[in-house]
Design a protein around this ligand. Sequence first.
Ligand SMILES: [Ca+2]
Ligand SMILES: [Ca+2]
Length: 162
Amino acid sequence: MVTQTRLPLLLVVVLATVASSTCPSDWLQGEDVCMWVSSNKTKWYIAWEVCRNMDSHLGFIESQQENDFVEGVLVALNKSEVWSGLSDLKVEGSFVWWDEEAVTYTNFADGEPSANGHTGNDTDEYADQDCVALKHSNNFKWSDEYCFEDFYYFCRMDPSEE
Ligand SMILES: [Ca+2]
Ligand SMILES: [Ca+2]
């Protein structure tokens, strides 16, 4: 659990982030990131569609700096598990951002991704974990999870230039 005393500081850090470009009014703004965090939990593919319908992408993270920003937001909002757009649904064992942003950075927890590549005669369609979430229990490091689980999620778009 996040202690009450940490929340104000983290919120200040998030809100103090300044940029020369703008995000939609109900989105959070990082240096090169506009971020929206869901208030409901849903399955990965539904999260992807909700983000797409807002002309954005299910969350992707391309650097340590971006990861720090996302993590700060999730800590401040006290989210438990949050879907990102990273998945190995297309090619088992090969994780890509679903909207085809190049993977330039990862922050997997120790032992993750844990279902990374099929082994043996695996015929159970649910035997694998193909969708990556940031979990509070892992200090928001990344892990592959079952895509049909109900998690919070975040969407991302680029800021518009002023
Ligand atoms: Ca997998
Ligand atoms: Ca896993």
